[in-house]
Each structure stands twice: as C-alpha cells, then as structure tokens.
Design a protein around this ligand. Structure first.
Ligand SMILES: [Zn+2]
Length: 320
C-alpha cells in the first residue's frame, strides 16, 4: 500500500484504461519511461487518503487523474502547454501508474468526476484529452474537411470530437471490422483535406497524409514512429507553395482533462460503444494481446475484484 506524501493523495483505482502506448512501453520502452515502473496512465478511482497539506474534502470523492505534473511557470506552462513542461512527470512513466489496486498522485492532478458520469466512461478522459490537444493543434474551422487514418480508439475519438465541432470527417481504416463499425473507407479518397491526422504509427500513412493535404491544410503528427522510420524526406516546396502546416501533438494538459470530463458528463462525446473488453487486472497479458492484435477496441482493466463484478452487472443492464 503506497503512502501519500505531502501534497499527494492515495487513490483506490476503479478503472484503468489500456492503450497502445502501454503496449509500446512494455514491449519496446519509451522516451519518457523510467524503470522500474507500474504502468497505467488512464485512471479513475476514489480518493482514500490525503497527505500533508491536501484538502481533506477530497476523501471519498470520485476522481479522474490527469496523468501529468507540470511546474506551472516555465515557458510551455505559461503558454498553455503544460504537457511540454520542462519538468513534466507522467504517471505510468516517471512515477507509478494505475495498473494496481492503489496509486499515489499529486493533488494537482485531481479532476472530480460528476456523479452522473460512470467510471467506464470517465476513464476515456485521458485518451479524449490527447485528442483535444491534437485537434487544438489542427485549428479546426467551420466547414473544414478532415481525413483520419485509423478507426481504433484514438481515431474514433478524434472523429467524434471533430464531428462535434462541425467538421466533416472521412476515416480510412484497412481492417474490415473496424471499418464497418466506423463507416470508414478502405483507402484514402482522391479529395484534398483541410485537416489530416494519421492516428496510426505507420510511416507510409504519414506520406499519404501529406499527399491528401489541401492548400493551407494542417497535418497533425499524432502518433510517434520508430526512430528509424521517423526521419523522412518532406517536399518543403509543397509546404511553401500550398502554405501548409505540419504540427506535432503529444499528450495533453490539465485543462484538456477538465474539458474532457465536462464533455463526457454532458454526453457530447459518446464512448460506451467503444468498450470491447472489461477484464480484471490479473488478465493484463490477455488485454495486451487484444491491443497488439487489434482484435478489440477499448480495453478496460479493473484492479479491485468488487469493482469488476459490479461493472459487469452494470454492463448487462445496459445491454438488455
Ligand atoms: Zn513547466
């Protein structure tokens, strides 16, 4: 049982989301990973204890944990990009994360989850926040057309947010089951798009993305590539003559988490239909296989047995 230090809280994990990044850091490592480490950066749960100096009214509250901690005064922090803080520390990377019964987090990471929002939906706040950051970087305008590569959990969330913002979205997905579910196309159409986001870590898709970018279009590099594949030639004359922009997006800031919880609670972004598997944490290997083989969509993990059981019955209620 970890103990919260000054300024920290102890959270009993209710649900932890699994994503491709977890698979990557477990199998290949990650730029920001410091070992040994408990992974898990998508976490909701109950505050069970608070450390010195923390407001005790947090105890028993349902919370989503924004996974980062930023300094609040460096140049990135002052410009609303806490995710790029010079001293950024990420749960599951620099400090232990939510693939556990309990996790300790700084009070500054807490975002209250409203009663009407169940944990299974609230845990999407983290991937949704990363999508909100990416879409902010894409600077969507009314009437824009967007092309997304990949109808996995991230691509689906990006599509739903863009649609919510009034952008016309086209998705390309090679896998037939995902394609049918998302109403996606097998191949990129010949049209040009104002916003292109490859939500798959595949270098050939990055090249296709540049080809489909309209004049003044914005390409968001949302997924990292392997270091060898990441160094790629780009026709800068095309950027010059067509006034195109290529931007990166990595992670999310605290304020994105606040917006994500608000939108999820309001039902603006639907996520329930994206949950393909609910598994106890003891089946993490099975869960990682599902992500590796892309045979599911969102996989949720339940560290405490009673939470898992109660959620299963909730699921049956919803299905009936
Ligand atoms: Zn900072």
């Amino acid at each position: 049982m970890p103990k919260p230090g000054g300024g920290e809280v102890l959270v009993e994990v209710g649900v932890a989301g699994l994503c491709r990044t977890d698979l990557k850091l477990i199998e290949q490592g990650h730029r920001d990973l410091i070992l040994p480490r408990v992974p898990g950066e998508e976490v909701v749960g109950y505050v069970r204890a608070v450390g010195k100096g923390v407001d005790e009214s947090w105890i028993k509250k349902r919370v989503y944990l924004y996974p980062g901690t930023s300094c609040g005064h460096c140049r990135s922090c002052r410009h609303g990009a806490g995710n790029l803080c010079v001293s950024m520390r990420i749960m599951g990377f620099h400090r232990d994360g939510g693939f556990a019964d309990y996790v300790v987090a700084p009070e500054s990471c807490l975002i209250a989850v409203p009663e009407r929002l169940d944990f299974d939906a609230a845990v999407f706040a983290e991937p949704l926040s990363c999508c909100l950051n990416a879409i902010e970087r894409a600077d969507p305008q009314s009437g824009d057309r967007a092309l997304l590569f990949g109808a996995g959990p991230a691509g689906t969330l990006l599509a739903r947010v863009l649609s919510f913002l009034g952008v016309d979205v086209t998705i390309v997905e090679p896998d037939e089951r995902r394609r049918v579910r998302a109403g996606a196309l097998a191949e990129a159409p010949s049209a040009m798009f104002d916003i292109v986001i490859p939500a798959v870590g595949d270098e050939s898709v990055l090249d296709q993305s540049l080809e489909r970018l309209a004049p003044r279009g914005r390409l968001v590099v949302f997924s990292g590539l392997s270091p060898n594949a990441a160094v790629r030639p780009i026709d800068v004359n095309r950027l010059h003559y067509l006034e195109q922009t290529v931007v990166g997006a990595y992670g999310c800031s605290y304020r994105h988490g606040v917006t994500a919880i608000k939108w999820l609670a309001a039902g603006s972004i639907k996520v329930d239909d994206m949950i393909s598997h609910r598994l106890p944490l003891t089946q993490l290997d099975t869960a990682l296989d599902i992500v590796r083989t892309r045979t599911g969509m969102k996989v949720l993990l339940y560290p405490s047995g009673y939470m898992f059981n109660s959620t299963v019955s909730t699921t049956q209620d919803k299905d009936s």
